[in-house]
Design a protein around this ligand. Structure first.
Ligand SMILES: *Cc1c(COP(=O)(O)O)cnc(C)c1O
Length: 951
């Protein structure tokens, strides 16, 4: 573009799409020749059914340059006003240590990694997550913690679900402390209603009837700051066979008796104030910890210690083949993408400060809060509670509005709890000057030195148990050590900054640096999610434009940016369908049809939305079996709520019958949920909202460049047709709003990534990205089809943006498993493709448009070389147990093994691609999963064990 008098001819590379898309035009021509297509257009014509093809352009115009986009982002950012936030309510100012900001949050070695399903190449982030679990266990005084949930409010909903599963009580009600954060109460309502549970919201001291509930949740300290002792309530709940959960502030827990000490069964909360910016709502990690007895019912991913084939300790995800909690219809939770990067940051914050440092921060915050309280009292505003940690609430009567306005004018946001009460939450960043500004807003200037602040931690609830005694939290306190520790861990991992990660369905594409830059700008990072709207005008502008673009891309009429993962989007979309039916007095529609090939989160979300799952079969080509669909629709007619389909299908094919499927369901009064995880095959080519679907989620961490962060964060906004718009999730502060996230715009601070991507690519770039993604998948299919069967193709023999290769025949012949091939790929320097989804015994490969041809070829060469190795087993040259496949991955210990006695050489084992330059060495050999599940250890083992194992 841009041949003007000013610029002359711009170099092609000036256009960002040429940076984002891996293959050059010349390489694309080579690839087209290999797949036997005359042009990209011709290939797309053969791949995407004509009936659903989009004719018009997206209407975004040409892409912007990186410098133009940065300028645009700067302009938008400058419309956000960063005030000092003392709003609290679950979100606090915090200091992200610069060494962690630059070396984790801004470091692609951490943020471009995938969920650690392949533990041998994930030892770094798994160790960081084990630290996180240890941190949570220590602070909460409970036995087992998972490696992050989405936010505090959804964690509370997960706790309610867990309580329902494990309680002896058969009651159908759940008690909620009225001092829980308002957004937590709203989300509990959202989740309880479809499952038929009643919520009792009240004062634990007076309103709790233990015999009437299966569980209860208490906030500690309460949302307006008060610290209460829940021991009597917890004992009474236990006597009645009910479960006690506590939502606890982790910084307060450094000074307060832990939930475990008080007898609680479950603790949940937000780790945001451990160094993670508020980000106008997110992302940050929520935590959950439970008593040992409930660990097998806990949602989320659990990191555990096991051993590798050399008997060394090694970490991996415990208690699951893939996701123990997403067991389709039997699911207990739908959480998939979590908040790994943020959990890693929080754990590093604890490593950086250590137990003493954290306690010192907490004591200082508490000290300032007591000074603030004493000053307010001297001004005639006595705090409503004498026991508090960091939050003071006062009744300002009819002066509340003017005080809050005066504070804002001085640059400080206070919380308007209700008509007359004002909440003030201090944090690590609070200075004496800020306290004085608050006093000034209340109309006075007390002499701080003359005040006598009273101790505000109730003696009976002072913490006595130790925490963070593990050496890992007590050694890396100099910046040099901290830097090296983080570097050491990241070096153990294989992320996108080293190699292609060809995971089907996960769309591991480029996360461009320029897209990442705004994430750490204070104008995006330092806003409280409940800051007044006039301070977030920049965010508003971006949300509106991003939503409009998502509508244009998807063909829907309205978008909600609230769900903070794909699975949360599914949940929000199904709730919209449910409430749409109910609004039309069409009760009794609770059947959700789901094809057998669906992602596990689909049935899990349906079941959480109170729907009954009925599975629809697939035919031999992987398509929805239309006859079976018709039969199921006929059978359930008036009870049919929805169908959930994935498009292109999880088999990687554009089904020709998609419009027919939508018609069949609509005619029976059902709605169509189209799982948008595979939108990367459609942008600019086809629009779900135009070919029959009613609602979809968009995984912004797949198609729209938010990095996976090692298993989160993500964003899963949903788009809906106009008739569902009224049922989109509302403001989480409003009871009954059907909100699905704690914050109105979910993880707002990562939305600039997706927005920047759209601005950079423009109309043509986005469409071309889709076309090249399809070309690359077809190229891989063409290169591999002589070596492995490639399953599932469309009507004209094309795959969509991913392809599935079948290893089952080879397994039958040789015993080589999918695992063997996946681990052997590590020796060649690759992350494995998606294993055994949607079909057991297969690999699903998705290259995305971002991989250059040389990398795609390197991967295909590796796959072909592995096929030759399997042939050596077929021909009896290697027994499978003694083959490099079974012994994969190989480590430095193999290269240096003085007792080497295998039928292949150390060089063949360690350097199968021939080259030893730039070799990635996994830090451990193959990990024994079942050993770890038999001997479950989910927090940092004492260092002595490592020493013993190393001997
Ligand atoms: C990734 C994926 C999901 C789940 O999305 P999350 O963001 O991980 O919750 C759902 N369906 C399909 C097909 C997916 O690939």
């Amino acid at each position: 573009m841009g041949n003007s008098i000013w610029t002359g001819a711009r170099p092609e590379r000036d256009e960002f799409s040429h940076r984002h898309i891996g293959p050059s035009d010349a390489e694309a021509a080579t690839m087209l020749a290999a797949v036997g297509a005359a042009s990209l257009d011709a290939l797309v014509d053969q791949t995407v059914p004509a009936a659903i093809r989009q004719k018009e352009p997206l209407g975004f115009g040409p892409g912007m340059t990186e410098m133009e986009v940065l300028a645009r982002l700067r302009a938008v950012a400058s419309r956000n006003k960063v005030l000092t936030s003392l709003i609290g309510q679950g979100y606090h100012g915090t200091i992200l240590p610069p060494v962690i900001q630059r070396n984790i949050l801004e470091n692609p070695a951490w943020y471009t990694a995938y969920t650690p399903y392949q533990p041998e190449i994930s030892q770094g982030r798994l160790e960081a997550l084990l630290n996180y679990q240890t941190l949570v266990c220590d602070l909460t005084g409970l036995d087992v913690a998972n490696a992050s949930l989405l936010d505090e409010a959804t964690a509370a909903a997960e706790a309610m679900g867990l309580a329902a599963r494990v309680a002896k009580s058969k009651a159908q009600s759940f008690f909620v402390d009225s001092a829980c954060h308002p957004q937590t109460i709203t989300l509990l309502r959202t989740h309880a209603e479809p499952l038929g549970w009643a919520l009792v919201v009240g004062d634990p001291a007076t309103d709790l009837d233990p015999a009437a509930v299966f569980g209860a949740i208490f906030q500690y300290p309460g949302t307006t700051g008060e610290i209460r002792d829940f021991r009597p309530q917890i004992e009474a709940l236990h006597a009645a066979g009910a479960i006690a959960a506590m939502a606890a502030d982790p910084l307060a827990l450094t000074l307060l008796a832990s939930p475990g000490d008080l007898g609680a069964d479950i603790a949940i909360g937000s780790m945001q104030r451990f160094g993670v910016p508020m980000g106008y709502g997110g992302p940050h990690a929520a935590y959950m910890a439970v008593r040992d007895a409930y660990k097998r019912s806990m949602p989320g991913r659990l990191v555990g210690v096991s051993i590798d084939s050399r008997g060394r300790p090694a970490t991996r995800l415990a208690l699951q083949t893939r996701e123990q909690h997403i067991r389709r219809e039997k699911a207990t939770s739908n959480i998939c993408t979590a908040q790994v990067l943020l959990a890693v940051m929080a754990s590093m914050y604890a490593v950086y400060h250590g137990a003493e440092g954290l306690a010192a921060i907490a004591r200082r915050v508490n000290r300032l809060a007591t000074v603030l309280a004493a000053g307010l009292k001297s001004l005639g505003f006595a705090p409503l509670s004498t026991g508090f940690f960091d939050t003071v609430t006062v009744d300002a009567g009819d002066r509340a509005g003017s005080i809050i306005a005066a504070a804002a004018a001085a640059g400080v946001n206070l919380r308007r709890v209700d008509g007359s009460r004002i909440g003030i939450s201090l944090d690590e960043t609070t200075t004496p000057e800020i306290v004085e500004q608050v006093w000034a807003a209340f109309g006075g200037k007390p002499d701080a030195e003359a005040l006598s602040p009273a101790d505000s931690i109730p003696e009976a609830l002072a913490r006595t148990s130790a925490y963070l005694t593990h050496p890992g939290f007590n050694t890396h306190h100099s910046e040099t050590e901290m830097l090296r520790y983080m570097r050491r861990l990241s070096d153990r991992d294989l992320a996108l900054d080293r190699a292609m990660i060809p995971l089907g369905s996960c769309t591991m594409k480029l996360n461009a640096t320029v897209e990442m830059m705004p994430v750490t700008w204070p104008e995006f990072g330092q806003l409280h999610p409940f800051a007044p709207e006039d301070q977030a005008q920049g965010y508003r502008e971006m949300f509106d434009d991003l939503s409009a673009r998502l509508c244009a891309i998807s063909g829907y009429d309205a978008v909600s940016l609230q769900p903070n993962s794909g699975a949360q989007g599914e949940y929000a979309g199904l709730l919209a369908i449910r409430n749409y039916h109910l609004s039309r007095s069409d009760a009794g529609r609770d059947i959700c049809l789901i094809p057998a090939s669906a992602h596990g989160t689909n049935p899990a979300s349906a079941q959480l939305a109170g729907m009954r799952v009925v599975v629809v079969g697939c035919d031999d080509s992987g398509n929805v079996d239309i006859d079976d669909l018709k039969a199921k629709v006929a059978q359930h007619g008036p009870q049919l709520a929805a169908i959930m389909i994935t498009y292109p299908s999880t088999h990687g094919v554009f089904e020709e019958a998609v419009t027919e499927i939508c018609d069949i369901v609509h005619q029976a009064g059902g709605q169509v949920y189209l799982d948008g995880a595979n939108l990367n095959a459609q942008v600019g080519l086809a629009r779900p909202g135009k070919f029959g679907a009613d609602v979809s989620h968009f995984n912004l961490h797949k198609t729209f460049c938010i990095p996976h962060g090692g298993g989160g964060p993500g964003m899963g906004p949903i788009g809906v047709k106009a008739h569902l718009a009224a049922f989109l999730p509302g403001d989480p502060r409003e009871a009954g709003s059907h909100a699905v996230s704690a914050a109105p715009f979910g993880s707002a601070s990562i939305l600039p990534i997706s927005w920047a991507y759209m601005l950079l690519m423009g109309d043509g770039g986005l469409k071309k990205a889709t076309e090249v993604a399809i070309l690359s998948a077809n190229y891989i299919a063409a290169r591999l089809e002589d070596h492995y069967p490639v399953l599932y193709r469309g009507a004209e023999g094309r795959v969509a943006h991913e392809c599935i290769v079948d290893l089952r025949p080879l397994k039958d012949k040789t015993g080589v498993t999918v695992d063997d091939v996946a681990k052997r790929l590590i020796d060649y320097g690759f992350h494995a493709p998606t294993m055994s989804f949607p079909v057991p015994g297969t690999l699903m490969i998705e290259p995305t448009e971002s991989e250059p041809l040389v990398e795609i070829d390197r991967f295909c060469d590796a796959m072909i070389a592995i096929r030759q190795e399997i042939r050596a087993i077929e021909e009896g040259r290697w027994p499978v147990e003694q083959s490099p496949l079974r012994h994969a991955p190989h480590t430095v210990d193999d290269a240096a093994d003085e007792q080497w006695n295998r039928p292949y050489s150390r060089r063949e084992g360690c350097f199968p691609s021939g080259s030893s330059t730039d070799k990635y060495w996994p830090p451990v050999n193959r990990i024994d999963n079942s050993y770890g599940d038999r001997n479950l250890v989910c927090s940092c083992p004492p260092l002595s064990e490592y020493a013993e194992a190393a001997e």
